[in-house]
Design a binder for this molecule. Sequence first.
Ligand code: ZN
Length: 341
Amino acid sequence: MPGTSDVSHSPVIAEIDFEKPGKQFGALRVPQSRNDSGWGTISIPIVVVKNGKGPTILFTAGNHGDEYEGQVTLLNLSRALDPQEIEGRVIIIPAMHFPAALNGTRMSPIDGKDFNRSFPGNPRGTFAEVLAHYVDSRLLPLCDFQMDLHSGGHGMDVYCCTALHDLDDPAMMRRSLDMANAFNAPVTIVLKEVNAGPTLLAAAEKRKIPALSSELGGRAYVNIDNLEVTERGVRNVLKHVGIMKGTPAPHPRYGKSRVMTVPDFNCYIFVPRAGLFQPADHLGAMVTAGRPAGWLHFIEDPSAPPIELTYKASGLLWCTRGEARVQTGDPVVVIAQDRAS
Ligand SMILES: [Zn+2]
């Protein structure tokens, strides 16, 4: 393939020069063999904006295909960002797991994979695994900072937040928390995960890169209030890390980000049966243990009373169900509680 640079040990071809100053719109070309095109590829749009010698940040969205505040924000940022207004390098992938994003689904129609369960990937694996391997082994080593923009997708609606892990290394923890404070979502969720698993956030943390994940809304639509938080947030992070001039601007309505956590499984409610979930409270409400959290209805039997579900913990209603229809074992409530920051 003339005009492209191959990358050893990964079949992904980067049709972009990460070292070239200015702004480039390029592609990551990932092989995808088909019956009618054995050498077929899928190209994933990538944008690099570079000026001078400052740090590098990687912004990604569309890790899950049906999460949109991040995708819209990064599409807007790709067009708006002028190399002259930065000192450093900004790498932007607005729709990272491209087949899932094109399909408007969390997972890929190609291999059925959840991209955020595919790290550190495998250069000889499925589409998602090959791409995860490229992001982990080729893109992350270029980065000083990383941020992955998520929302709740079809399944969940989430109170707008950034998210990070409770890290053992206090200096890394401080740097990540400072980045979250700069982003300034209404809430910062610190998750205690001993084995954070095969996520992009964990891959970045393993490489000692200050990194954030986020949940910037949900229900597979664009929440305009959360979009405003996200657009402001990515610029705040660019200022915080010194790539853009200026100081992070606090949100006029929310003020300082509220640092919270999900301490245990009492904060979750999983439904005991399939049905229709009717919530009792709005997302973001302060709720009390022992009070009704919602009702599970059964369309097959109008004479059957709904099952009442009860909060087992008090706190902020951080996640609710996105779609009313639920299957046995689906979570419909997650409560967050204040954390000493
Ligand atoms: Zn997601």
